[in-house]
Write a protein that binds this ligand. Structure first.
Ligand code: NAD
Length: 250
């Protein structure tokens, strides 16, 4: 087991990618802190993890609030002993956040950037000391292929995730902490499938990707496990696209 004795703090861990990351890291021996705003779903996820022999807790954590993040990280350290792996996964991402700036209410834009950008900053800063004290950790940030176009607020927020990945890789490298990102393409999470019309999904797969099948959570999970593992010990500041080849050549 690659992560025995390690503790992973996963934002947005209640469902979707976050839940899949929690299961996969837990199966490989990590203890899991599911940090989410949806506590009933987070508690159900923890119940499922515990039933399969994984040590896990749920903490109420709105990543857009620095106070909430500080409190959640303190609780994870108190109950699980420290943090070695941080997955900055919580994000606002549905179609309404991809509309032009001029069409979105400013409060919605503020929410998007508070969660997708400031949330990553708060969590990274809050976990820094415990990771350093444990000999260095691994942070994986979830960006998006939309960041390669940055044609709308969501894409800009995910471009910021890539920029923050580079900046924190430099700042935390001396602590022994690596910081990388994954930019998933269109993936078959429940939220994405409900949000996108079927014709758009088919066009995406058949006309835009090199690999003509819909991406799955397993595609992203295997990349995440690699980035967290010792096999990636000389990799930091990178963003890996997991998108069936789209967008090519950028
Ligand atoms: N699904 C895709 O196709 C896709 C593609 C590219 C990138 N992404 C990115 O992957 C990440 C996860 O996507 P998903 O499809 O699993 O989403 P999802 O909507 O299924 O799950 C998101 C989770 O984050 C939680 N959350 C929302 N706001 C939060 C906050 N302020 N603080 C803490 N938790 C919060 C939700 O309660 C939920 O449990 C997002 O950052 C998204 O932008 C998804």
């Amino acid at each position: 087991m690659r992560f025995s004795g390690k503790v992973a703090f996963i934002t947005g861990g209640a469902m979707g990618f976050g839940r899949a990351f929690a299961k996969a890291l837990g199966k490989e021996g990590a203890s899991i802190c599911v940090a989410d705003i949806d506590i009933p779903t987070a508690e159900q996820t923890v119940k499922d993890l515990t039933a399969s022999g994984i040590k896990a807790i749920a903490v109420n954590c709105d990543v857009g609030s620095n106070d909430a993040v500080q409190a959640a990280v303190r609780r994870a350290i108190a109950e699980l002993g420290g943090i070695d792996i941080l997955i900055n996964n919580a994000g606002k991402h549905l179609t309404r956040f991809s509309r032009p700036f001029i069409e979105q209410p400013v409060e919605q834009l503020r929410l998007l950037f508070e969660v997708n950008m400031m949330g990553l900053i708060y969590c990274t800063l809050a976990c820094r000391e415990t990771m350093k004290a444990r000999g260095g950790g691994s942070i994986v940030n979830i960006s998006s292929i939309s960041s390669y176009f940055s044609l709308n607020p969501y894409g800009v927020s995910k471009l910021a995730v890539r920029g923050l990945t580079s900046a924190f890789a430099g700042e935390l490298g001396p602590d022994g902490t690596r910081v990388n990102a994954i930019a998933p393409g269109l993936m078959a999470t429940e939220a994405a499938m409900e949000d996108q019309p079927k014709e758009k999904i088919d066009r995406f797969v058949n006309e835009l990707q090199h690999i003509k099948r819909l991406g799955t959570m397993d595609d992203v999970v295997s990349t995440l496990l690699f980035l967290c593992s010792k096999e990636a010990s000389f990799i930091t500041g990178e963003t890996i696209r997991v998108s069936g080849g789209y967008p090519y050549g950028i």
